[in-house]
Design a binder for this molecule. Structure first.
Ligand code: SIN
Length: 345
């Protein structure tokens, strides 16, 4: 598939955004492209990068099943898991151009379109998934969901994956352990700063390349959820995994704005309802899916699992505070305060 990424490479982000906004305008002017008028079912192509057994994989498949039952003959959903259609970066462009209709991309990877989601990447901000969920349901919800409408992406919901853990050649019970390590990170400036603050060397890299990069030593270390570490087999190429719960990995479920507004009103309303139900279903089981993945990793005996004591957790959290300071002005003190409050139920 030809996307703006392929044509111009990874480093022209600003140019790509401008071009994307222009092309979204042209696509909008050319109509919505949905098939209802021709009596064909409306097609929702939904690519994502994780395995079917992860929180996102399970929820995407459940969405397809519910849509095709409740809107039988009117809407069809094609889910493409495991990056088999495209990587996340390309899927953001493909959604804006209407090549696909729905995505669920990590909030971290939307950094190039909006700074609003940077709050989700602040280390040691959300203590658990419940805190992130309270924040997502709070007063900031609508602002966050509609932050990229001008770029052609409308957010419908937030889905959890889980809390992130560190993996590498040694136990990361203190920040010093990370000194000098090459860390794979998602495409986020906050995560980049987090690794620099740890004394590591951050490497932004697509999810589908991580296993091989760890295996060949192109990177030494990574951070991800138990569900991703297990399903993508990172545990097979990481000597130590540290249960650090230091950050949140969640997704924005987004649709192409032109496609969405062009849907018949009854179908749009039903899809909205289904997304809400399916999101609640998926988010309610995300923690269990991650706990199950951790149990499977432990049972495999392939990597050593280290835990952080409360005191070690506090040392980590304090060491990472300058990352908050660096991004506080962009994110907004009120947003950070609301996120912190969500962690103090
Ligand atoms: C995902 O969970 O969708 C991928 C996260 C990553 O790139 O690490």
């Amino acid at each position: 598939m030809i996307t703006i990424n392929n044509i111009f490479g990874q480093h022209c982000a600003r140019f790509r955004i401008v071009l994307m906004v222009l092309l979204v305008g042209i696509v909008s002017a050319c109509g919505d492209g949905n098939n209802e008028a021709s009596n064909q079912p409306i097609l929702i192509k939904f690519p994502h990068v994780t395995a079917p057994g992860t929180p996102k994989g399970l929820t995407a498949d459940h969405f397809k099943a519910v849509v095709e039952e409740r809107l039988a003959g009117r809407v069809t959903v094609e889910v493409y898991p495991s990056g088999q259609l495209m990587n996340d970066d390309d899927s953001i462009d493909a959604l804006a151009f209407g090549e696909v209709q729905m995505i669920a991309v990590s909030l971290s990877k939307l950094d190039r379109l909006t700074k609003r989601y940077q709050v989700f990447d602040l280390p040691f901000l959300f203590p658990d998934l419940d805190a992130a969920e309270r924040f997502q349901a709070g007063p900031a919800r609508d602002t966050l969901l509609t932050a990229m409408v001008e770029s052609g992406l409308r957010g419908l919901a937030f889905w959890h994956n889980g809390m992130k853990q560190f993996g590498g050649p040694l136990a990361m019970t203190s920040p010093e352990a990370a000194d000098g390590l090459k860390f794979r990170i998602m495409e986020s400036d906050v995560l980049q700063e987090q690794i620099l603050q740890m004394g590591g060397n951050p490497q932004k890299m697509a999810f589908g390349e991580v296993y091989q990069a760890l295996q060949t030593g192109a990177v030494d270390a990574q951070e991800n959820t138990w569900a991703n570490i297990y399903s993508s087999k990172f545990f097979e190429v990481q000597e130590y995994l540290t249960e650090s719960n230091h950050g949140y990995l969640g997704y924005l479920v987004a649709v192409n704005e032109t496609f969405w507004q062009g849907l018949p009103a009854d179908i749009r309303a039903e899809l909205e309802q289904i997304v809400a139900e399916v999101s609640a279903w998926g988010n309610a089981q995300a923690k269990d899916v991650n706990d199950g993945a951790l149990a499977n990793i432990v049972a495999s005996g392939r990597s050593e699992i280290a835990q952080l004591s409360d005191a070690q957790y506090q040392v980590w959290a304090e060491k990472m505070r300058p990352v908050w300071d660096k991004f506080a002005a962009d994110i907004g003190a009120d947003m950070i305060e609301a996120a912190q409050a969500a962690g103090r139920p």
